[in-house]
Design a protein around this ligand. Structure first.
Ligand code: 8YV
Length: 340
């Protein structure tokens, strides 16, 4: 016997489901994009001239966006998604999303904290060692056949025992500090607020921190609040014997000034995993042996990216099923319209 009540409910749900579209914004890990397409019938926001027509047709039906920190959801896109309830980010950073506007509209925002902390901290320490010791440059020297012709490479800078300042002693900053303790480094940090009970010395400003260390590591979140936090004054305080390591966002540093100081001897060197306008790296840096350049690989291991993917899907599924997010930056204000 057909249970009419259940059938009606199912039909009603499938109608709701039709309006419960998941939208992929920007490129994502292929297996994640596939799960979104297969399990959620997700639609992909076009980047060409068909975008406006696509949004006019589908914008109202979109309940959830899945994106990465590299793409995000800006105010213009949010305006075209009037029923948006959640923005789910693959990655810990979400500075490309207009979080203030999301908050005003009651739209939830999630990211993937914790699961990438180890790999980003490993990257910071690896970059630091490579930059101070000049390993990448020495590798190029060997490969170019220069060792037999030219003899030894110039001496480098000792890592163990160096004074290291960390801007942003959050999850990742703290994991970097823990690792560097194993190298006997003297650690100090700057945050907006001093961390009660921290074993590390607090510097009240980025300039004060930079002036007192050999290496400045940037691990602060990107976004409006940290834009060019590391400016000329900070970089000049770090000085000609100082090194800069950045695993956060290119926007946190005044990149033009950084390039000027690296090319003129105003800084000893830099290790950079992130840039102001990725994937573009200033030409002036390409020939410098005192600079190590990475293509934003901080979290880029099979294990960590799989954990980020699982957490991204957990956030999306929880939102679609219960209207809440697993690792929220902001919980959605309303759960109405969500399947239950
Ligand atoms: C990711 C990152 O590679 O998590 C972040 O904020 O910058 C990286 O770990 C990136 O988000 C993936 O696109």
């Amino acid at each position: 016997m057909v249970n009419t009540a259940t059938a009606v409910t199912r039909d009603a749900k499938s109608v709701v489901n039709q309006a419960d579209r998941v939208l992929q914004v920007g490129p994502l890990k292929p297996s994640l994009a596939e799960s979104l397409a297969v399990d959620h019938d997700a639609i992909l926001l076009p980047t060409d001239e068909t975008r406006a027509a696509f949004l006019a047709e589908h914008g109202e039906a979109v309940r959830a966006v899945v994106t990465s920190g590299r793409t995000g959801v800006d105010a213009a896109l949010m305006a075209d998604l009037p029923n948006l309830g959640a923005i789910v980010h693959f990655g810990v950073g979400y500075d490309t999303t207009d979080v203030e506007l999301a908050e005003q509209r009651g739209v939830g925002v999630s990211n993937t904290p914790d699961v990438l902390t180890d790999c980003v901290a490993d990257t910071a320490v690896g970059l630091l060692i490579d930059t101070l010791r000049g390993f990448s440059a020495a590798d190029r020297f060997v490969r170019a056949g220069r060792w037999p012709r030219e003899g030894n490479v110039p001496l480098s800078r000792k890592v163990s025992g160096a004074r290291v300042g960390i801007i942003g002693l959050g999850r990742i900053g703290a994991a970097i500090a823990d690792r560097l303790l194993g190298f006997g480094c003297d650690i100090a940090y700057h945050n907006r607020n001093q961390i009660p009970g921290s074993q590390f010395r607090y510097a009240a400003s980025p300039v004060e921190l930079a002036a007192s260390v050999d290496v400045l590591v940037v691990a602060a979140a990107g976004g409006k609040g940290t834009r060019k936090l590391v400016d000329r004054e900070v970089l000049e305080a770090l000085g000609p014997d100082g090194y800069l390591i950045n695993v956060a966002r290119g926007s946190v540093i005044d990149q033009e000034v950084l390039v000027e100081l690296l090319t003129s001897g105003g800084l000893a060197g830099a290790g950079l995993d992130v840039f102001a306008d990725e994937p573009h790296v200033p030409d002036e840096l390409l020939d410098l042996d005192n600079v190590v350049l990475l293509p934003h690989v901080g979290s880029g291991t099979t294990q960590t990216r799989a954990a980020m993917e699982a957490l991204t899907l957990a956030n999306l599924n929880e939102y679609l099923e219960r209207g809440t997010l697993t690792t929220p930056v902001l919980q959605p204000k309303s759960t109405s319209g969500v399947n239950s």
